[in-house]
Design a protein around this ligand. Structure first.
Ligand SMILES: [Zn+2]
Length: 116
């Protein structure tokens, strides 16, 4: 146990809705966007305008004409990294206690607290 720990394992930072993230691998690499939704049980996040997929839709009273719509598909959290809103770079974070059992993420570069 622990002996074969992967060296490249990313820092576990819990992502939240409205976080700014950057894709670190795959065909969407380098893209940045806002987290729209977190699927915690699946370790996936939905990022605004990232990992778009085309969906064919049927004509319906609500959408009008049928056709192709583009929408975001969830991505694994291991493929994205949190971006510090202040330094605007994907940097490293650590968790800190803010009191009352609450935790916040602190940017190791500018010491900015991402959330409280
Ligand atoms: Zn920072």
């Amino acid at each position: 146990m622990g002996k074969y720990k992967k060296a490249m394992e990313p820092v576990k930072v819990r992502l939240k809705k409205n976080d700014l993230v950057e894709v670190t691998t795959g065909k969407e690499q380098g893209k940045t966007g806002k987290v729209l939704k977190v699927f915690r049980e699946k370790n996936q996040v939905l990022i605004e305008k990232v990992n778009m997929i085309k969906r064919h839709t049927r004509p319906s009273p609500t959408t009008g004409q049928g056709g192709i719509v583009e929408k975001e598909a969830p991505m694994f959290v291991c493929k994205v990294k949190l971006i510090c809103p202040k330094c605007a770079t994907g940097t490293r974070f650590r968790m800190t206690e803010t009191g009352e059992g609450k935790k916040a993420r602190v940017c190791l570069k500018c010491k900015e607290m991402i959330d409280g």
